[in-house]
Design a protein around this ligand. Sequence first.
Ligand SMILES: Nc1ncnc2c1ncn2[C@@H]1O[C@H](COP(=O)(O)OP(=O)(O)O)[C@@H](O)[C@H]1O
Ligand SMILES: O=P(O)(O)OC[C@H](O)CO
Length: 497
Amino acid sequence: MTHILAIDQGTTSTRSIVFDGAQKIVGSAQQEFTQHYPHPGWVEHDPADLVRTTIETMKGAIADAGLEAADIAAIGITNQRETTLVWDRKTGEPLNNAIVWQDRRTSDMCAALKSKGLEETFTARTGLLLDPYFSGTKVAWILEHVEGARAMAEAGELCFGTVDSWLIWNLTGGGIHVTDATNAARTLLFDIRANDWDDDLLAALNVPRAMLPEVKDCAADFGMLDPAILGHAIPILGVAGDQHAATVGQACFEPGMLKSTYGTGCFAVLNTGEEFVASNNRLLTTIAYRLDGKTTYALEGSIFIAGAAVQWLRDGLKMIDKAAKSGELAAASDPEQAIYLVPAFVGLGAPYWDAEARGAIFGLTRNTGPAEFARAALEAVCFQTADLVEAMHRDWAASAETILRVDGGMVASDWTMQCLADLLDAPVDRPEILETTALGAAWLAGRKAGLWPDEAGFAATWKCEHRFAPKMDDATREKKKAGWRDAIARTLSRQKN
Ligand SMILES: Nc1ncnc2c1ncn2[C@@H]1O[C@H](COP(=O)(O)OP(=O)(O)O)[C@@H](O)[C@H]1O
Ligand SMILES: O=P(O)(O)OC[C@H](O)CO
């Protein structure tokens, strides 16, 4: 019994994947669920959908593998990060829909905290910035806006959790209130050096400590699956936020190793080892992973819209019928047209952090058509990655010779990966296993179970499927980047200009 079940609860879908003892995928299942947009800038998930799709895909993946629950040695969970839930400790009933990481409803709250001069304290302790992206202001919003919530929270009757905590609570039958260090690191409430919730930050956001989960290592005992769910009790032994799990799944265990995941958004994570590198370029400092009580730190660049721009071409503009067409179209575009799309649909993330900016497209002519839109959407993802990698180089000289390991749905596009290598002027390595997020969660659980190899053994199994080497000449690259910088400058909100 060496199979591991990984649950990857993402922003738009939930996936479960069964890996065998040789780290090969032997079964999987995936389900999308409804996104709720109750007001402009708001994004919510129904908490019940998160649990339902998790349980259904767990069953689906085990069936797809031709196995029984009793064949699964352990479960690893990885999840969309920052998304915030609050529920009643007695009944397990959520007080509100989950407030998703993309939700901007707390921008005014963040601005108010900044105007009190608090950003420096938050950044020094959490490595994050005062942006609505993170959980802290979302919890505060629930406590302020849901009737009776504040009194219940103060009486210790409420639980706050990110999606991992919510899933564990439900999968273990209720009563286990835990999270892991990587998810805690995204809340704005956790001091990532002290490895503890921070009372000053809790006071600034008026969040009672009593509602916070216990924080564990990424490979730890998170509880037993309620046997009523699959007919068998299985230990949950690994948990990490999805970008952290991908860092592990890409075997980025050495300082200087960098991965970038291209799904709905794009998240680049650079391992900085035992060093907490404070960013001077508005990147985030975060916990890459915590194993055996030892924290490995990272610099992270977070872009909110990557594959989502391709979805917009498909579903919003109806210029393509499937995502894969975007690369073909871009390849056929007119290279003479300098079209720039700044996909600030939900504001801009790193390194700009402009919650009020909105998307813009520049350089349109009578000849501009779907092909140029497709190229602009794909190039935007690459320009934004280049912005992040340059900021990383400025923050931490040790990252100068970086090779980028990539994963996520969008890396299927060869055109985009070549464009990325060209604009970065660095090699881009696409691994054989693209489900690195799930693989990372499985590795954490497998390592804890003592069934999978340690870091070095696991890293030796990582295989490159294709290396994209840069081909663009310097003059072309610089010209394109100057055009991008100009487009960004023209898109930033007045607040930033
Ligand atoms: N061949 C492709 N070319 C460009 N974009 C793609 C391609 N295939 C998938 N995508 C994009 O990748 C995203 C899906 O990636 P995935 O890793 O499943 O995302 P998530 O986990 O965030 O839901 C979608 O936004 C989709 O538009
Ligand atoms: O669900 P994904 O893959 O888009 O990832 C979401 C991130 O964790 C948000 O920080």
